[in-house]
Write a protein that binds this ligand. Sequence first.
Ligand code: DAH
Length: 345
Amino acid sequence: MTSESAGSGHSLKDLDIIRQDAESELAAVKDKETAEQFRIKYLGKKGILREILKSLKDIPEKERREFGARANQLRVTIEEKFEQAPWKTSREDKDSLSFDPTLPGFPFPKGSTHPLMRIRNEIRDIFLSMGFSVAYGPDVETDYYNFEALNTPAFHPARDMQDTFYISETVLLRTHTSPVQVRTMENRKPPFRYIMPGRVYRNEEISARSYCLFHQIEGLYVDENVSFSDLKGTLLAFCRRFFDEKTRIKIRPSFFPFTEPSVEIDVECFLCGGEGCSICKKSGWLEVLGAGMVHPNVLKNVGIDPEKYTGFAFGIGIERIALLKYGIEDIRFFYENDVRFLKQF
Ligand code: DAH
């Protein structure tokens, strides 16, 4: 028996071999599973290092002390190396840190105004400069405000024009911003001028051209002696400021139950200057809004005397104008919040 041998067959040399084996096996550990195998083999209750310490009693007394100290030292070293293994630290750090210090610092990426809100703000600011104020109404409406008070009774065929999301028999998601006209007039005495922006909902099939929700800006002006020429002058001034100062408009007769007469307004195509292009379908004109003189029944419904007061109203589709202005081909881009799309505005 050499000085390095122990009675049980274990020797100090064995400890060196165990150390080498453990270190090379530890270097090969890559994931939780192989780490657990390593831990059981070397550090577990029945692992190699525990077994060695248990065998101390079989070692001759004069060698026991040194062997015990070296075996214990080896266990501590292997435990430490296991705890500090690189796969372990990097993995745990990633899980436990609430921020990633490896991300680039300045400059921070900047957010920007959504294209729809940008158009809404531009339209709003033009009307604010003309003396209009802003009013809002709820997205969840009653049948009364969305239809009834707007001269569209239950049997009226115009209700077919809008596919409605009903919440109950009398509660629905508003299909247009026109109900805000009614709510605004109910509590006020003329004269007043309001624009009313908001989101509206229609149960339409989703496609490049239509979506289940979109945005409108409603306008309303009620006073004594408001005439059709006020409507025409106001909306022409708006179109010239919004599109181009030389833009011409075309007023076509139309129908809405809550206005009489009702019109639709086209602007000269600002992309081809009226020459005719693919966006205006070669007509040279783009349809941008619906308008009309407030129907006497609507005024009556809110307690305003139609003999004394008259008014005009209009509704602008924000998506439609944004699609035209930015040459966007698919309305769904507005709602997907894809940063690659939004970044362009
Ligand atoms: N509410 C109409 C729609 O959603 C748009 C509209 C037309 C609003 C004429 C008006 C108006 O105020 O006078 O299609």
